[in-house]
Ligand binder design. Structure first.
Ligand SMILES: NC(=O)c1ccc[n+]([C@@H]2O[C@H](COP(=O)([O-])OP(=O)(O)OC[C@H]3O[C@@H](n4cnc5c(N)ncnc54)[C@H](O)[C@@H]3O)[C@@H](O)[C@H]2O)c1
Length: 508
C-alpha cells in the first residue's frame, strides 16, 4: 500500500483535506497541500505530521517511513492561485461547500495542471455534474467522497457526473483501492448512496418521537439492542451535530424537489433553531453538560412468564420465537388444545400470532395499528441475540395482557420496552423504509445492489446491508409493512416504490 507514485494535490486543508492528505501520503505519494487562508496549509502539514508521530508512538508506522513521508509533504499557501500544483497527477478538492467557489477553483486549476490530471471533489451535497459544468475537459472530473475521519473510515463513494468518462471513474476506483479504501460506484444524485439511503434512519425515529410514542432514550436503545445498529439516531445526530445532519436532510429533500419521502423533521428543526446542536453545544436531544445524567430507556419491571403460548400459523421474520420460547420453558400448544378450540377456517384475526394463556395476541409489527387485544412486538435483527424487544399494546389490551406479553419476552432473556401503539413500531418501520430507499437507489440506476449494501455497512456501520436485510426478511413482508404504513399515513411517504415491488415479484 505504500508504493503509490505520483503527486497528489489536496486543496482545502481543513478536517477532510488533512485526512485525505494523510491517506495519500501513507500510500506513498508526494502530497501538495494548498489552502486559501494564510498559513492554513502549513498548519495542516504540521497536524498531519503530528498524526504520523502518534502512529509511530503506537507502533503502527516506523520512524523511517514517517521521515520519508515528511519529506514528501509540501505546503503551499495563500490566495495567489494554484500555480504550485502544476505537477499534480491528481487533485482532490476539499474546500468549503459552495458551488461557485468550487467551480472557480477548478477553472483556475485547469489552467495550470496537465490535461491528464484527474480532478476530484470531496463534496458531500453538491452536484458533481454542476461543479464540472464550467470545465474545458469535464470528462476527467469525478466525485471522490470520503467519510470523516478519512484515515479511519474505509468507504469512498466514486461519483460519476453526467460528463465523467468511464475511464476516469475506473481510474478513481483504482486510486482509492491503492489507498487501502473500499470504493463503491454511484451516479451523481442527491446524497449519493449513503446520505440518500440513510435518511429514514433518522426520519422514522424522529416521527415516532413526534407522535409521542416513545422517548429518545427508548428509541435509541431499541434500535441498538433489537435492531443491531451501532448507535441510535438521537445519540448519533447529537454526535454529528443537529445542524449538520439537518442540513444534509434538507439538501437532499430540496434536491428531490421536496419529495415527501425525504421530508425533514419539525422536532429537529426546533432543536437547530434553539441552538441545541448536540455534543458540541453541550445539549441536543440529550444533555451533554458535565455531570448530566443520561436518561434511561423505558424498561418494564419483571413479570411472570406465561405457562404456555399457542402459535397460530407462521410468524414470518419472527419464526425463531416459538423455539426460543420452548428453550425458555414456555410450553408450545397447538390451537386445538386451547379452551376456545382450533382457529376456525377463515378466521384471520389470530393468524401469524402467538396467543398467550390470558387471550392476548402477540403479533410482529406489520405497519398496521394494533387492534383488539393485540400486542405488537418489534422486529429484531436476530431474536436469539437481541437483548431488548419493544412492545406496543392495542388500546383494548388489558394491563394483564401486557404483563403476560412482557413476561414472555423477559423469559427469553430480553429487556422489554413498552411504547405507545404506533404503526410499524421502531425497528420494523425503519428497516422497511431503508429497504425501500435502497431498492429505489438501485432501481434508478444510481448504484448496484452490492455497492449499496457495502456503502451502508461501511459508511454508516449498519449491521447488514438494507437489500440483503430485505431479502432475509422477504421483500413480501417488507412490502406489506409499507402498504400497511401507507394505509395509516396516506401521504405517499410510505408507498412502496416500484423497485421494491419488483423485488417482491422476483421472489415469488
Ligand atoms: N466534514 C465532513 O464530515 C465531511 C465529510 C465528507 C465530505 N465533506 C466535504 O469536504 C469539503 C470540506 O469539508 P471540511 O469539513 O473539511 O471543511 P473545513 O471547513 O474543515 O475546511 C475547508 C478548508 O478549505 C479552505 N478553503 C476555502 N475556500 C478555499 C479555496 N477557494 N481554495 C483553497 N482553500 C479554500 C478553508 O480555508 C479551510 O481550511 C466540503 O465540500 C464538505 O462538504 C465533509
Amino acid at each position: 500500500m505504500r508504493d503509490a507514485t505520483g503527486t497528489v494535490a489536496v486543496v482545502g486543508t481543513g478536517t477532510m483535506g488533512q485526512g485525505i492528505a494523510q491517506v495519500a501520503l501513507l500510500a506513498g505519494h508526494t502530497v501538495r497541500l494548498h489552502d486559501v487562508a494564510p498559513d492554513r496549509a502549513a498548519q495542516a502539514a504540521e497536524a498531519v505530521l503530528g498524526r504520523l508521530d502518534r502512529l509511530v508512538d503506537k507502533g503502527r508506522l516506523d520512524a523511517e517511513e514517517r521521515a520519508a513521508a515528511a519529506a514528501r509533504l509540501h505546503a503551499h499557501t495563500g490566495p495567489d492561485g494554484v500555480g504550485d500544483l502544476a505537477d499534480a497527477d491528481v487533485v482532490v478538492e476539499a474546500i468549503l461547500e459552495d458551488l461557485g467557489a468550487k467551480q472557480q477553483l477548478f477553472t483556475a486549476l485547469e489552467q495550470v495542471v496537465s490535461d491528464e490530471t484527474l480532478l476530484a471533489t470531496n463534496t458531500s451535497s453538491l452536484s458533481v455534474t454542476a461543479i464540472a459544468a464550467a470545465l474545458r475537459l469535464p470528462g476527467r472530473f469525478v466525485g471522490l467522497h470520503f467519510f470523516n475521519p478519512a484515515p479511519l473510515l474505509p468507504l469512498v463513494e466514486i461519483v460519476s457526473g453526467h460528463a465523467t468518462d468511464e475511464a476516469t471513474a475506473e481510474r478513481a476506483v483504482k486510486l482509492a483501492t491503492a489507498w487501502g479504501k473500499t470504493p463503491v460506484r454511484c451516479a451523481d444524485t442527491p446524497g449519493f448512496i449513503v446520505n440518500r439511503v440513510a435518511r429514514p434512519y433518522y426520519a422514522e425515529a424522529f416521527r415516532v418521537y413526534e407522535e409521542r410514542a416513545a422517548d429518545p432514550a427508548t428509541i435509541d436503545a431499541v434500535l441498538r439492542e433489537s435492531g443491531g445498529f451501532r448507535m441510535g439516531p438521537f445519540e448519533l445526530t447529537d454526535l454529528i451535530g443537529q445542524d449538520v445532519n439537518e442540513s444534509v436532510t434538507r439538501s437532499v429533500w430540496d434536491s428531490f424537489f421536496q419529495d415527501v419521502k425525504f421530508t425533514p423533521s419539525l422536532a429537529q428543526r426546533r432543536l437547530v433553531q434553539s441552538g441545541r446542536l448536540g455534543r458540541k453545544t453541550g445539549r441536543g436531544w440529550y444533555d451533554h453538560t458535565p455531570g448530566a445524567s443520561r436518561p434511561e430507556p423505558h424498561t418494564a419491571r419483571p413479570c411472570p412468564a406465561p405457562e404456555y403460548a399457542v402459535p397460530h400459523g407462521g410468524l414470518g421474520p419472527a419464526a425463531a420465537l416459538p423455539a426460543l420460547a420452548a428453550e425458555a420453558g414456555i410450553a408450545l400448544r397447538t390451537p386445538a388444545a386451547t379452551a376456545e378450540g382450533p382457529t376456525t377456517p377463515g378466521d384471520t384475526t389470530r393468524h401469524g400470532c402467538l396467543e398467550l394463556p390470558g387471550g392476548a395476541l402477540l403479533r410482529l409489527a406489520d405497519g398496521s395499528q394494533p387492534r383488539g387485544r393485540e400486542i405488537h412486538f418489534d422486529l429484531a435483527l436476530d431474536y436469539r441475540t437481541a437483548t431488548r424487544v419493544a412492545l406496543a399494546p392495542a388500546d383494548a389490551a388489558s394491563v394483564a395482557d401486557l404483563a403476560e406479553a412482557t413476561g414472555f419476552f423477559q423469559a427469553l432473556g430480553k429487556a422489554v420496552s413498552v411504547i405507545e401503539p404506533v404503526p410499524g413500531m421502531i425497528v420494523a418501520r425503519t428497516v422497511a423504509m431503508l429497504a425501500d430507499f435502497a431498492a429505489d437507489t438501485v432501481g434508478r440506476g444510481v448504484a448496484g445492489a452490492g455497492d449499496v449494501d457495502t456503502a451502508m455497512r461501511l459508511g454508516v456501520n449498519y449491521p447488514v446491508g438494507p437489500l440483503r436485510w430485505c431479502d432475509d426478511l422477504g421483500a413480501d413482508w417488507v412490502a406489506d409493512v409499507l402498504h400497511n404504513l401507507h394505509r395509516e399515513y396516506p401521504t405517499g411517504r410510505y408507498a412502496p416504490g416500484r423497485s421494491l415491488l419488483r423485488r417482491k415479484g422476483a421472489e415469488s
